[in-house]
Design a protein around this ligand. Structure first.
Ligand code: ADP
Ligand code: ASP
Ligand code: MG
Length: 439
């Protein structure tokens, strides 16, 4: 079986990261007097010392003559701390109140950064979601941004201020505070960048770019210089939390170039841009693992038209996205229906399907939390047969059993036992030659 039958413009996988000079990166980064949106994540604003460092960086950017909007996350660990307090008081805290609670984390860091910028002589104003007029739908905990008052933000910038916007939050049409889902400050930043027509949106974080896989898990991971929106979208949806998936969707929709870079160095990071800007396309760009997935199986469901719909419709109504789905071959007119949902949604999904068991005449529901989804992603997979087979072989040769498979044009995912997830990532990363060259 030929796995890498490549037309010349495709690389085996020796790498987009190192050998290849992609597009002229400088051309889409900051030009003189640009409008730059910079987002700083939780670790980057995790202490007063770090806020001082971030303020210096923002001040440098401002003094270089750029207009700057900064979007901040809550200080590291703060969102989790706030969430756990709400859950300590109640088994089912009102989602509206949880949004009021968790959004306070970003309020604190926005104010602290503005204070420190003023201390450095840089005029700065903090803005909460409602002050920046970030209007969302009313889905608490994972709201979607509908509109942002870009004109208002631009005129505030004209007064010479740096704007420090609290990420992760907005308000619905009735003025209720909403939040955008975990990691949502990335989405705040991209949405603001699109609304003000920024030149670039810089996502400043605790790694210096997007890697071929999570560098925290696989030390051999390699920094990617340039990656397409589509590949990044897949990597994000498959577990690479360096960018929230909705931020990539928005960037792609508005063709907003993203620069993912370190908060602690000035080195160039990774550019996320249109596929057409990539001079070289690799077959597999990256490997991701999603350990926050849960498998639910509805046992012995009657196998007749309409049954599957009656399981999934109530899940959709509850805003629960179902990921992998397998319906087994039916035996005696009954079948098992297996699907996966995110861990966040698992309790609600389990409750919903358990409530359905009687009405759909099934035997019961089995839940398995000890699963993980490992995936390979690359635009080059479109033109190459045999990549999925190679993935299955690599897993098999390492005694890793595949419980479910899903594919798209540019990705293949396998559900496996959670305990093998990190090993599977390493095996696939090596197997597709994504690591740093030896020596
Ligand atoms: P922030 O707090 O700045 O938003 P996050 O913790 O949300 O940062 O995202 C950065 C983390 O994403 C990194 O520390 C890294 O462990 C993880 N990560 C997962 N996959 C990747 C990848 N492919 N490239 C880079 N980082 C990744
Ligand atoms: N503070 C929020 C979270 O921890 C949002 C973010 O950091 O992007 O999910
Ligand atoms: Mg994040």
């Amino acid at each position: 079986m030929q796995l890498f039958a490549s037309p010349s413009k495709y690389h085996g996988n020796e790498g987009r990261g190192v050998a290849v000079a992609p597009l002229n990166v400088a051309a889409i980064l900051r030009r003189p007097m640009s409008l730059v949106v910079q987002k700083y994540g939780g670790t980057s604003v995790g202490s007063l010392d770090r806020i001082r460092i971030v303020a210096e960086r923002v001040a440098d950017t401002y003094r270089e003559g750029h207009q700057v909007i900064v979007v901040v996350s809550a200080m590291a660990g703060e969102t989790d701390r706030l969430l756990s307090m709400g859950w300590e008081l109640s088994d089912g805290p009102a989602e509206r109140e949880m949004d009021v609670l968790v959004s306070s984390g970003e309020q604190v860091s926005a104010a602290l950064l503005a204070i420190q910028l003023n201390e450095l002589g840089v005029p700065a104003r903090s803005l909460l979601g409602h002050q920046a007029r970030i209007l969302t739908d009313n889905v608490h905990r994972k709201a979607r941004i509908r509109t942002i008052d870009g004109t208002g933000l631009r005129s505030s910038l004209e007064t010479g201020n740096v704007l420090v916007v609290a990420g992760f939050q907005g308000t619905d049409a009735y003025g209720n505070i909403t939040t955008l889902g975990r990691g949502g400050s990335d989405t705040s930043a991209v949405a603001i960048a699109a609304a003000v027509k920024a030149d670039v949106c810089e996502i400043c974080t605790d790694v210096d770019g997007v890697y071929t896989t999570d560098p925290g898990v696989c030390p051999n991971a390699r920094k990617i210089k340039c990656i397409s929106y589509e590949e990044m979208l897949e990597l994000s949806s498959l577990g690479a939390k360096v960018l929230q998936i909705r931020s990539v969707e928005l960037a792609m929709k508005h063709r907003m170039p993203l620069h993912v870079r370190s908060s602690f160095s000035k080195a160039e990071g990774t550019i996320v841009t249109d596929e057409e800007h990539l001079l070289e396309k690799v077959i597999v760009a990256g490997v991701a693992a999603d350990k926050k997935t849960v498998k639910l199986t509805v046992r012995a469901l009657p196998d007749h038209p309409g049954v599957v719909a009656s399981v999934f419709e109530p899940l959709a109504e509850a805003n629960i996205s179902v990921d992998m789905i397998i319906q087994n071959v039916s035996k005696e007119e009954h079948t098992d229906l297996t699907f996966t949902v995110s861990r966040e949604d698992a309790d609600r999904a389990e409750r919903i399907v358990k409530d359905l068991v009687e009405s759909v005449d099934a035997e019961g529901v089995v839940r398995d939390d000890a699963v993980a989804k490992v995936s390979i992603v690359g635009v080059g997979m479109r033109n190459h047969a045999g990549i999925a087979a190679r993935m299955f072989r690599l897993l098999a040769d390492n005694d890793i059993n595949i419980e479910a498979i899903s594919t798209s044009e540019i990705k293949t995912s396998c559900l496996i036992e959670a305990e093998h997830a990190d090993r599977a990532v390493a095996v696939l990363h090596d197997g597709f030659a994504l690591g740093k060259p030896a020596g």
